[in-house]
Design a protein around this ligand. Structure first.
Ligand code: B12
Ligand code: SF4
Length: 482
């Protein structure tokens, strides 16, 4: 039996346009969920993972599969449905799973033969067994997996084409920020894989650089931090010869020993969500962790960097507290914190989040012709009605922010600082140029977006994602104050 596992592309996601910029090769990441699924698949299935981010194949020229599994974030849903429809027309059954299938169950059920909600570990073998015998059920619910049951991913299946391998060591996040779907999907209970399993899996990865996909690698409580230290010590002891990057909260900077063992284990970069330059913004987002009194972000960043770890700072633009001028303000604050790269995203209501419920209730979800509009849910398009900024103003704020932070003099200053401090200047340069190059792509994308949105202002009533609570028709986009 032949199984295709497919990661659909989204042509609007500039970071995956490898051909448009060679720097983007460093920003295309492996679809780990599908590699994990492959690891759970019995050997009698012949598996191919198809990542459309490296270029969609001519499916008609490929051998006909017996089953197709498709993953999707919200932003990939449109393309996922196209691919699903093309296989279903041939009579090949299609199973969909992942976060979008979980958050928008009815929408996905209408477009797939079977849907797996939640984490797949507990149900995937049953799905395959049922497919084998031609008795696929309409829905399977994996819920939250038993963390000890998480098997190593099939790292052998996607060789070549990527600069980074991928691994996951924990699931879940206790913080539940209003805009983030991780807690809704993976739960508030922070689950940690056994250290020996993680080290063994690291050894299966061929790439010398690895993305640790955990939403928060170190956790928040003393016992989480203790486990992170044990993990890093075990990784260093195993002499993995890997360099890796990860996501963490700012408390990563609070423990010198943690930083030292992380660096020794190969940590070279960390992605930290600062989210907002103002306490009001942090309160609005529920990011309590960043609100702790006496936190000096600049000193925290510097402490991390002293261990030769680059810091990418992430901010969100379009909060209710944000007013015109916020773009340049974020660029200035990020420069003042001293981050090596800045990643700014539009406040985006993702299904299943508290922000979705709130914006839905306030009728502020502007792009709500679903499923078509999901393609704009990349966090790089302003899909909502923002309190103090029109569509034009908010895209200008984003461009101003990127223009300021990624101006050539500022890039030179950051890279020279890396040379001076002996901290990976080449990687810093590549990262900065990659973001700078995307400025042009973003400008073009916003222009297309405004044209497209303008043409569709008077379009018909939208379909609704099943997690939505109201069914109101569309309103124009360019409002202040919703
Ligand atoms: C790594 C990652 C990325 C990587 C993507 C790598 C890749 N191709 O998969 C990068 C950095 C590129 C990325 C980009 C984006 N991401 Co992202 N990303 C993550 C992250 C941190 C981890 C995903 C992961 O690998 N998990 C580990 C694997 C094992 O879990 P999994 O994928 O969920 O798979 C399990 C189940 O879902 C299920 N499953 C999954 N697929 C399928 C398919 C079938 C058939 C079946 C049966 C089961 C099944 O089985 C697996 C095992 O249990 C998640 C957070 C999270 N915790 O999920 C956010 C997350 C998925 N990303 C998110 C977002 C919003 C984005 C972006 C849109 C915006 C952005 N700038 O970050 C872009 C979109 C890119 C695009 N192509 O459109 C949101 C998605 C929300 C949503 N409703 O869509 C998440 C949840 C983060 C959040 N804060 O809310 N992301
Ligand atoms: S943004 Fe980060 S800290 Fe907040 S809930 Fe999501 S994963 Fe947790």
């Amino acid at each position: 039996m032949r199984l295709y596992l497919i990661n659909p592309s989204n042509p609007l996601v500039s970071i995956v346009k490898v051909k448009e910029s060679r720097w983007n090769r460093y920003r295309v990441w492996k679809p780990l969920g599908l590699m994990v699924l492959a690891g759970l698949t019995p050997p009698e299935w012949e598996i191919s993972i198809i990542d459309e981010n490296l270029g969609a194949p001519d499916y008609a020229a490929l051998p006909r599969p017996d089953l197709v599994g498709i993953t999707a974030f919200a932003s990939q849903a449109n393309r996922a449905y196209e691919v699903a429809a093309s296989f279903r027309r041939l009579g090949v059954p299609v199973v969909m799973g992942g976060i979008h299938a979980t958050m928008c169950l009815d929408e996905v059920m209408a477009r797939a033969d079977s849907v797996v909600t939640g984490e797949a570990e507990g149900v995937w073998p049953q799905v395959l067994e049922d497919a084998w015998h031609g008795r696929l059920q309409r829905r399977y619910d994996g819920g939250l997996a038993e963390i000890h049951a998480v098997q190593p991913a099939r790292h052998d299946l996607l060789a070549g084409g990527y600069a980074f391998g991928a691994i996951q060591t924990t699931r879940g996040c206790p913080l539940n920020c209003s805009f983030c779907s991780v807690t809704a999907f993976n739960g508030a209970h922070y689950r940690q894989r056994p250290i020996a399993d993680v080290v063994r899996e690291f050894q299966l990865i061929r790439e010398s650089r690895v993305l640790v996909v955990d939403d928060n690698l170190i956790g928040t409580r003393p016992e989480h931090i203790a486990r992170a230290k044990d993990l890093f010590r075990a990784m260093a002891k195993a002499n993995l010869r890997k360099e890796w990057i990860a996501q963490a909260t700012i408390n990563f900077a609070d423990d010198e020993e943690l930083l030292a063992v992380a660096a020794k284990a190969g940590c070279r970069g960390v992605f930290i969500g600062f989210e907002s330059p103002t306490p009001g913004g942090l309160r609005e987002l529920g990011k309590k962790f960043n609100l702790l009194k006496c936190r000096d972000f600049r000193a925290s960043v510097r402490r991390i960097q002293r261990h030769n770890i680059l810091v990418v700072g992430s901010f969100i633009l379009g909060l209710d507290v944000d007013e015109p001028g916020i773009g340049r303000h974020i660029a200035a604050v990020a420069s003042q914190y001293g981050v090596d790269n800045l990643n700014v995203l539009f406040l985006t209501p993702l299904p299943g989040t508290r922000l979705w419920d709130q914006m839905k209730a306030e009728n502020r979800i502007a792009l709500d012709t679903f499923p078509e509009d999901w393609k704009y849910y990349t966090l790089t398009f302003p899909v909502a009605r923002y309190r103090h900024m029109s569509l034009h103003e908010i895209t200008e704020e984003m461009l101003a922010c990127d223009r300021d932070f990624y101006s050539l003099p500022r890039i030179l200053r950051r890279v020279s600082r890396c040379v001076w401090q002996r901290r990976q200047p080449l990687i810093s340069l590549v990262g900065n140029l990659s973001y700078r190059n995307n400025l042009r792509l973003n400008r073009e994308a916003y222009a297309d977006f405004k044209r497209e949105y303008g043409n569709r202002r008077n379009s018909a009533k939208p379909q609704n994602c099943s997690s939505s609570t109201a069914g109101e028709g569309r309103r124009s986009f360019s409002t202040r104050g919703g």
